[in-house]
Design a protein around this ligand. Structure first.
Ligand code: SAM
Length: 378
């Protein structure tokens, strides 16, 4: 059994839900807004980490201590792999104020000096290391995560591969503002929330971001869309990602209206970012948004109706739109209750909580996404 520290991304609850789904047998024994401590018998490395969309850094736990033992534990973690020469390192703190870094770093430097070890820390202005700074670091980054009186210390073993994300986000051959662009990280989260390793179907695949991320995770994928031109773009993207990343996983893309009979193909789960309606260029009023919501409600009710007819029993992970409106804070789809009445249960995305959905939106976005996981209760 190994213990790992995960530093969560900007939507920590969604990141935690992803970890629960990706590691159903793991023991999650601490959770603060910024990090989680997880025990698992799986051996985790950069490759397994790259399949996750919601986490920034991962470290292996080296010590769990009280404040009085913190400084000694930090020295031990720093020196555990140090051979000789100047020690370069970084320290990042979570669950405690970043302002405490200054005292910690100066104290560490003094202790290293008195042990005749020449050292240099990479923290600029006594701030946490960014993922990009960690990349350029020729030495360890130590994580200090505080929960109550306990300090969890770990050495970073994997970080978010920002170059790989921007490559697949910006270098892919087909990009369309009109179709909308699902961030690859959210696509990974949706894929992982299905909890399956087998084939997944994206019935609203657009330019194919979710299909690409599923392929990268090693899963075979199915993608369909009502729009022929978009589907051609998705096909080009899929061919590109398979070639560029040398993938052996397979994708099948086909034209299909999601409100028609469910295709007779093999898949274990469904995951999608739904159709968001015509792109919004300005914040509408409640009266303006209502017809759009009715149109989308009809689409999703018909889609779920078809899944009911097909008696599809797998997980259905959906990122559905909600709208920021002028005269009210937010307006979501109203079809969720109707879908539940059809027999689709909403599964809680986080254990011991009633989180039946989790939101993903930037403060300036007119349209956000709300993530749900449904399962037909027969
Ligand atoms: C927001 S886009 C999905 C974007 C996609 N996740 C991506 O990153 O490229 C929604 C897609 O749903 C498709 N769509 C709309 N109505 C549909 C229907 N009835 N059946 C299938 N696809 C539909 C649109 O053509 C559009 O490509």
């Amino acid at each position: 059994m190994s213990t790992y520290l995960f530093i969560l991304g900007k939507d920590p609850r969604l990141s935690l839900a992803e970890l629960y789904a990706a590691y159903p047998d793991a023991l999650f024994h601490e959770f603060e807004d910024a990090f989680v401590v997880m025990d698992t018998s799986n051996k985790l490395n950069q490759a397994t980490f790259d399949r996750l969309g919601g986490v920034l850094k991962m470290g292996e736990l080296s010590a769990q201590v009280e404040k009085s033992e913190l400084s000694q534990a930090l020295i031990e973690a720093l020196l555990s792999d140090h051979q000789s020469g100047k020690l370069q390192y970084g320290v990042s703190v979570y669950g405690l104020p970043e302002g405490e870094l200054k005292t910690l770093l100066i104290g560490l430097k003094k202790r290293l000096k008195s042990a005749s070890i020449s050292s240099r820390f990479a923290n600029q202005n006594f701030k946490n290391l960014s993922v990009a700074q960690k990349k350029g670091l020729k030495g360890p980054e130590i994580l200090i995560c505080q929960s109550g009186t306990q300090y969890f210390i770990g050495k970073v073993t994997a970080t978010q591969d920002i170059d790989a994300y921007s490559k697949r986000d910006y270098d892919k051959p087909f990009r369309s503002m009109k179709v909308g662009m699902l961030p690859p990280k959210l696509a990974q989260i949706l894929v992982n929330l299905t909890g399956v390793e087998g084939a997944i179907w994206d019935p609203f695949c657009g330019g194919g971001v979710l299909v690409m991320e599923g392929l990268l995770s090693g899963r075979d994928m199915l993608g369909s869309d009502i729009n022929t031109r978009t589907l051609e773009g998705a096909q080009r993207n899929v061919e590109w990602v398979r070639q560029e990343f040398n993938l052996s996983s397979q994708a099948e893309l086909f034209e299909h209206d999601a409100t028609h009979l469910v295709p007779q193909k093999k898949f274990e789960a469904i995951a999608f970012e739904g159709y968001l309606g015509v792109p919004q260029t300005r914040m509408g009023s409640e009266r303006e948004i209502r017809p759009l919501i009715s149109e989308l409600d009809r689409l999703y009710i018909e889609f779920f109706h078809q899944l009911k007819i097909a008696q599809f029993k797998g997980s259905i992970v959906a990122a559905l739109p909600f709208f920021r409106v002028r005269d009210r804070a937010e307006m979501g789809l109203t079809c969720i209750n109707e879908i539940r009445e059809m027999g689709f249960e909403l599964e809680s995305l986080l254990p011991q909580s009633r989180s039946l959905s989790l939101k993903y939106a930037r403060a300036d976005q007119l349209v956000g996404r709300e993530v749900f996981r449904f399962k037909l209760n027969l």
